[in-house]
Design a binder for this molecule. Structure first.
Ligand SMILES: Cc1cc2nc3c(=O)[nH]c(=O)nc-3n(C[C@H](O)[C@H](O)[C@H](O)COP(=O)(O)OP(=O)(O)OC[C@H]3O[C@@H](n4cnc5c(N)ncnc54)[C@H](O)[C@@H]3O)c2cc1C
Ligand code: HEM
Length: 389
């Protein structure tokens, strides 16, 4: 590491003592930062999620991660698991090393503006160094991911054709995508996602979103199962765009990414999903049973309507084909107060994979913890930015 990027003891102290102050101004700083960033680099509006911006979600995610890293600046390796997860997302979005100094510059400027006269030169220098050190960790973890591409994988965005479109429910559609170049598809790890390039009728930017691969790997297509999102009459940009694609249309994807991926033979699998969170878990269940038919897999799904939910018939078929699969479906509204997980716990080595809204994941994690399940056994994926606190 270059000398200029070393922090002196004094700088470490300065950073640590300023973290609570910055955290207090957290959102003000990051709002300022994004406003300035997009003014200086409007092209980055093609990369960032506008809906998250409007709802302050991404602001908090980046800032909180940065403060957590700064507070741990002497032992950053402790943060590596979190960094890896973010790095997967960054790689999937094609965040590149040259983006980091741009973000660093505007972040420093924002800190300076918001703290005013209390932002001394010493403090700003210390933060500039700390940012470089943290950015280097991200850049090097991401470099590994960019390098790690199999023969049939690809760099950047690849064009796919919608070969088949299947309405799963009123709100969910499955798209079967094949590469336009006719070449083979790389396999992926069940539980992984791709980034999709969408467009909006109301602006000229590209809008990037992640979608889990909902079928098992090693087929001629990738399947995405997409729920049309809508809140208070605001239609979700990319989910509606994807629903509007006809068979034969072209859509661009980056290569599969993500770490929500069980390993073969690591014990009993317990899969817990709510709503559209069923997508990565369906891939995981189908693939686990195809490769290890005797592996004990428990799948618990919580849905708003047990008679009509995405991937229902497929999951039911799987349950009747494999005795080793125990499949339970609960109605979220009528059964949610009863959401008990006690009966899922056994003496075997178990790994839990949870996917759904943050509130659901937290509720399940808490229950499992109360039942003595260790943190190492619990893995989760949420479809919104993670906000470390
Ligand atoms: C790893 C991962 C895997 C995923 N897998 C899947 C999957 O398999 N299937 C799936 O359907 N989704 C999945 N998602 C979610 C997906 O990426 C999108 O977040 C989702 O489709 C919504 O995107 P959108 O562009 O339609 O909505 P956005 O435009 O991003 O809006 C999001 C929500 O906010 C609301 N909104 C937007 N602007 C405003 C505003 N100004 N005020 C108030 N509300 C507003 C919208 O109505 C919408 O409900 C996944 C996400 C991740 C991170
Ligand atoms: C050290 C610096 C950085 C930190 C600490 C950081 C942190 C984060 C975190 C915590 C997330 C949310 C992950 C999740 O959804 O689970 C995220 C997502 C994202 N990051 Fe970074 N990031 C950094 C640098 C960058 C850079 C340089 C860029 C590109 C200019 C970038 C672009 C994005 C984008 C586009 C997302 C997706 C979410 C969205 O668009 O709202 N990040 N980052």
């Amino acid at each position: 590491m270059e000398m200029s990027k070393q922090l002196s003891e004094q700088q470490v102290e300065l950073i640590k003592s300023s973290v609570p102050v910055l955290a207090e101004h957290g959102l003000t700083i990051t709002k300022r930062f994004y406003a300035d960033l997009f003014e200086a680099h409007p092209e980055l509006l093609n990369l960032f999620n506008h809906a998250n911006q409007k709802q302050d979600k991404q602001q908090q995610a980046l800032a909180n991660t940065l403060y957590a890293a700064a507070a741990n600046i002497e032992n950053l390796e402790e943060l590596l698991p979190v960094v890896k997860q973010i790095a997967h997302k960054h790689r999937s979005l094609q965040v590149k090393p040259e983006h980091y100094p741009i973000v660093g510059e505007h972040l420093l400027e924002a800190i300076k503006k918001v703290l005013g006269s209390s932002a001394t030169n010493e403090l700003l220098d210390a933060w500039a160094n700390a940012y470089d050190i943290i950015a280097d960790v991200f850049i090097s973890v991401e470099a590994e991911l960019y390098k790690d591409t199999s023969e049939s994988s690809w760099e950047g965005f690849r064009r796919f054709i919608v070969q088949r479109k299947e309405q799963e429910t009123k709100e969910v559609v499955s798209l079967y995508l094949v590469p336009e170049d006719g070449k083979s598809l790389p396999t992926f790890e069940p539980g992984q996602y791709v980034t999709v390039k969408g467009y909006s009728q109301s602006d000229h930017y590209t809008h990037l979103r992640q979608y889990s691969l909902s079928d098992k790997p090693n087929q001629s297509y990738y399947r995405l199962s997409i729920k049309r999102e809508e809140t208070k009459d605001v239609q979700g940009t990319v989910s509606w765009y994807m629903h509007g694609l006809a068979e034969g249309a072209v859509v661009e994807l980056t290569a599969p990414a993500g770490e929500f991926t069980p390993e073969n033979g690591e014990g009993d699998l317990v899969l817990m999903s709510a709503g559209i969170g069923i997508t990565p878990l369906t891939s995981i269940a189908k693939s686990a049973l195809a490769t290890q038919p005797n592996r004990a897999v428990t799948f618990v799904h919580f849905t708003a309507n047990r008679n009509s939910y995405a991937l229902r018939s497929e999951m039911e078929e799987l349950a009747s084909a494999y005795q080793s699969l125990r499949y339970e479906v609960y109605d979220r509204d009528s059964d949610s107060s009863e959401m008990t997980v006690d009966h899922l716990i056994n003496e075997n080595e178990q790994q839990f994979y949870i996917c759904g809204p943050i509130s659901f994941v937290q509720q399940m994690e808490k229950k499992l913890q109360e039942l003595g399940v260790s943190q190492k056994q619990v893995h989760f994926e949420v479809f919104t930015p993670l906000i470390p606190v």
